[in-house]
Write a protein of this length. Structure first.
Length: 112
């Protein structure tokens, strides 16, 4: 079974296999727009990983939040699910680094 697809080969009918972002990028590539070449790990790869590592029940448990759950509860659940995929190692959040860089660039911009 193939778990990797070139973005150039992903079209609008592949959303269930590749996801929305990959379909969007594939569409841009097929339209001739300047998008770097890339690939997508498809949903078969995800399903195989979850099944092989017996993660489905734990993911469902973590993802089931009450309607009254606070936003931080969702963030915590997301982080715990990510940790399942990294073998117990925290992958970190790229957003905080981006936020710091944005603040730093804003400060530099004010000095000019």
């Amino acid at each position: 079974m193939t778990y990797v697809n070139s973005l150039a080969d992903v079209g609008a009918s592949d959303i269930a296999m590749a996801g929305g972002k990959a379909v969007g990028l594939g569409g841009l590539l097929q339209a001739g727009l300047p998008v770097p070449p890339g690939f997508v790990l498809n949903t078969a790869a995800y399903s195989h990983f979850v099944e092989t590592n017996h993660l489905e029940a734990r993911i469902q448990e973590l993802a089931t939040l009450s309607p009254q759950a606070a936003p931080q509860d969702s963030a915590d659940a997301s982080e715990q699910i990510q940790t399942l995929f990294t073998g117990g190692h925290h992958a970190g959040r790229r957003r905080s680094g981006t936020r710091r860089r944005l603040r730093a660039s804003r400060r530099r911009g004010r000095r000019r």
